[in-house]
Write a protein that binds this ligand. Structure first.
Ligand code: SAM
Length: 285
């Protein structure tokens, strides 16, 4: 292995591990994990299962959201004193919706050498197969769990011409797709990755209603881990409303909530309610 250790200091490796399939770990990751002095993991029992598979016997210490503030300073001191450490998370790439930010930020401040050992992440894995434009994309991590905030979050995405990727839990995937369908128009493309790289891997793709139906129709499809990608609305999709509908929508906007205003305009002008709704939302406050 390349010796990244500087003269007296140790170094901090940030090591990606599989998001499901145990074989999805690099040779370099295994080598680094075997050779360092300490591995920092979210849940030591969870990581032990992976490490046993690769005969990694390095001591483990738990670093998670609730203790990283307390322990990061001490860990950095030990690295500066010469120890090599590796940071892993339960799955995928550390810091991608996972702990480690405090430690890495402190390492930068203290000029500690940081070495990334890249590998899987659910967000990139889905984007590689989603069939949606990838440049630009925004990764949102976990989206708001409550409906009101989730709808507001989706509405905030409407004016943006880019692909959005986010993580969603199995408890909320259907509710989340129902809200997505209510906010985004039928030309939007959605791709959902479920249990990527695992036995029950499934990739759903279509417009919001189609993807929602595929997942809603069978309880088995609602189990496991989910990552969702949504195409942004193109300028053509956004400008479909005629001028008089736009004017009526703008005049009602300060008087009624967006949904009600959209219903009135749709009824009065015989236009698509969702398009009016999107137009109102795209106008901001
Ligand atoms: N650090 C991880 C990464 O690089 O992707 C993400 C950790 S985050 C705490 C866990 C969430 O990522 C899951 O709830 C799910 O939304 C998503 N995820 C992780 N593995 C996945 C998989 N195999 N298939 C689909 N989504 C996955």
């Amino acid at each position: 292995m390349e010796d990244t250790k500087t003269k007296d200091n140790g170094c901090l490796y940030v090591v990606a591990t599989p998001i499901g399939h145990l074989d999805d770990i690099t040779y370099r990751a295994v080598e680094v994990l075997k050779s360092c002095d300490l591995i920092l993991c979210e849940d030591t029992r969870h990581s032990k299962r992976l490490f046993q598979n690769y005969s990694i016997e390095t001591p483990l210490r738990s670093l998670h959201a609730h203790n990283e503030h307390q322990i990061s300073k001490g860990l950095i001191e030990r690295i500066k004193a010469g120890e090599n450490m590796a940071l892993v998370s339960d799955a995928g790439t550390p810091l991608i919706s996972d702990p480690g930010f405090t430690l890495i930020e402190l390492a930068h401040r203290q000029a500690v050498k940081i070495v990334p050992i890249p590998g899987p992440s659910a967000v990139i894995t889905l984007l590689s197969v989603a069939g949606l434009p990838v440049q630009p994309f925004t990764f949102h991590g976990f989206i708001p769990p409550k409906q009101k905030q989730r709808v507001a979050f989706y509405e905030g995405l409407l004016p943006l011409d880019q692909t959005h990727v986010f993580y969603e839990s199995s408890h909320r995937i259907v509710k989340s797709l129902i809200d997505l369908e209510a906010v985004f128009n039928d030309d939007t493309r959605v791709c959902v990755g479920r249990e990527l790289t695992k036995r029950f891997e499934h990739i759903y793709s279509g417009n919001p209603a189609q993807v929602k139906t595929q997942i809603e129709s069978d309880a088995q499809h609602q189990k496991g881990e989910f990552v969702v990608a949504v195409s942004g609305q193109t300028i053509a999709q956004k400008n479909v409303l005629d001028k008089s509908s736009q004017q009526l929508a703008l005049s009602l906007k300060p008087l009624l909530p967006p949904k009600q205003a959209a219903a009135v305009v749709a009824e009065h002008c015989q236009v698509n309610k969702k398009q009016v709704y999107e137009f109102i939302i795209s106008q901001g406050d």
